[in-house]
Design a protein around this ligand. Structure first.
Ligand SMILES: Nc1ncnc2c1ncn2[C@@H]1O[C@H](COP(=O)(O)OP(=O)(O)OP(=O)(O)O)[C@@H](O)[C@H]1O
Ligand SMILES: [Mg+2]
Length: 300
């Protein structure tokens, strides 16, 4: 089942200086299926935040259609979605606990103090829950923002740049939390321009650029499309002996060659063994999302 369907979404902003409309989102279409982790990828200004805000109903689209849980957006589904905004703004004078307690009261569902504390503990704010949010670091704000997004036990969680402001440990934790949500049967949509983060956790992605979707797909298919090259590291031979196999790169005692097919690699390996050299390593390099992203953008 599709949790979300976005069809030809359009959104313009009025520029007060230029006295004309500024395109934010030109034509965005994608669907998010039940139980998947979906990544919205694109460089700064691509339209990710505008798209996510339109989905949660904070912005009114200028065109296109959005369906949430199979229904048009004007049927309120607020209780079933959780949202982490890009730059969450919180009441600075509340403590982390008070802030979540405040949000808890906005929901129809009763959320216990025990549950709030559990979530704060999960996001690593157990020791800071009675400190004012105004004194939190960027990473701590991101954590409390994430806690707020999952407080209501939503079915569909939308996160705008969830890794931003987090250190490497925090990023790892955020990924673990996202996986945990998925294992509980939740659906997650998040935006990012940090490709390695996305590469690790998304089932499918949509790459957006200048307000348009330029590529959508199952990440493993996009990435395993082809092995780009196989790098073979050799010891005990000289460059001259290997020159027929292509460009030889020397690094200390070792020589490295990049081969474009399995057959060539097999030929090289047999040749090296025959000549009395040693194979140190054979490493296939797949296309990374970063490369895919750059190629997609260059093709525009
Ligand atoms: N309130 C606004 N008024 C005018 N233009 C806006 C406004 N918000 C966004 N834009 C413009 O719309 C475009 C898309 O912005 P958006 O914030 O959706 O991009 P993004 O992909 O989230 O970027 P980032 O990675 O920097 O967060 C940009 O050109 C931006 O300048
Ligand atoms: Mg944004």
């Amino acid at each position: 089942m599709n949790i979300l369907e976005v069809n030809h979404l359009k959104k313009y902003y009025r520029s007060p200086f230029l006295r004309r409309k500024v395109r934010a989102v030109e034509d965005i279409s994608f669907t998010v299926k039940q139980g998947e982790i979906f990544g919205l990828l694109g460089p700064n200004g691509a339209g990710k935040t505008t798209t996510l805000k339109s989905i949660v109903g904070l912005l009114k689209p200028d065109g296109g259609e959005i369906r949430l849980f199979g229904m048009p957006l004007d049927i309120p589904q607020r209780e079933r979605i959780g949202f982490l905004p890009e730059n969450p703004y919180f009441y600075r004078h509340l403590t982390g606990y008070e802030l979540l307690n405040f949000y808890a009261h906005l929901f129809k569902k009763h959320i216990t103090a025990k549950k709030i504390k559990e979530i704060l503990k999960m996001v690593g704010l157990e020791h800071a829950m009675h400190r004012k949010v105004g004194s939190y670091s960027k990473g701590m704000l991101q954590r409390v923002g994430f806690a707020q997004a999952i407080l209501n036990d939503p079915d569909f969680i939308i996160l705008d740049e969830p890794m931003s402001g987090l250190d490497p440990i925090g990023r790892k934790e955020m990924k673990d939390w996202i996986f945990k949500l998925k294992s509980e049967g939740k659906t997650i949509l998040f935006s990012s321009h940090i490709l390695p983060d996305v590469e690790m956790i998304c089932d499918r992605v949509a790459i957006i650029y200048r307000g348009r979707v330029v590529s959508t797909g199952v990440l493993s298919e996009i990435l395993q499309e082809k092995v780009r090259f196989i790098e073979v590291t050799i010891e005990g031979l000289d460059e001259k002996t290997l020159e027929n196999f292509g460009k030889v790169i020397r690094s200390g005692d070792k020589l490295m060659l990049r081969l474009s097919s399995e057959e060539e690699k097999d030929r090289l390996v047999s040749f090296v063994v025959e000549k009395g050299g040693r194979i140190i390593s054979v490493a296939p390099y797949r296309k990374t999302l970063e490369e895919h992203f750059m190629e997609t953008l260059e093709a525009q």
